[in-house]
Design a protein around this ligand. Structure first.
Ligand SMILES: [Zn+2]
Length: 115
């Protein structure tokens, strides 16, 4: 059922053009495994994750549409997961987390990871 839900949301959702450009830019600069797919999905909690196969990256683009730098950094973090990076790697991109208010509003980052 969860797979069906994610599939339906993938069809219904869409990245904005600046978000697509960010994904393409980062994908071209990183050495990704073949066939990595970045999906826009509706997520009840959180902003993004990479599945255990390290092939599928799921991002709730709507939650991040106001914050292009934050979106860029989220994509960079998730694409590093597809390359095998872990949170315990202690690199800036893997220690990265989206900053929010108590109400869940996303802060725009003042920087973008340079890949
Ligand atoms: Zn992560």
């Amino acid at each position: 059922m969860r797979i069906l839900f994610l599939t339906l949301c993938t069809v219904a959702c869409a990245f904005t053009n600046p978000q697509i450009n960010a994904i393409r830019l980062l994908s071209s600069r990183l050495v990704l495994p073949p066939l990595v797919v970045v999906h826009d999905v509706v997520m009840k909690e959180g902003f993004a994750f990479t599945d255990a196969s390290r092939i599928h990256v799921y991002i709730d683009a709507h939650k991040l549409r106001c914050c292009p730098n934050t979106f860029h950094n989220v994509v960079a973090h998730e694409l590093h997961h597809t390359m095998g990076a872990e949170h315990t790697d202690n690199t800036p991109v893997m220690k990265y987390a989206v900053q929010t208010t108590r109400d869940g509003l996303v802060f725009e980052d003042s920087f973008k990871f340079d890949m």
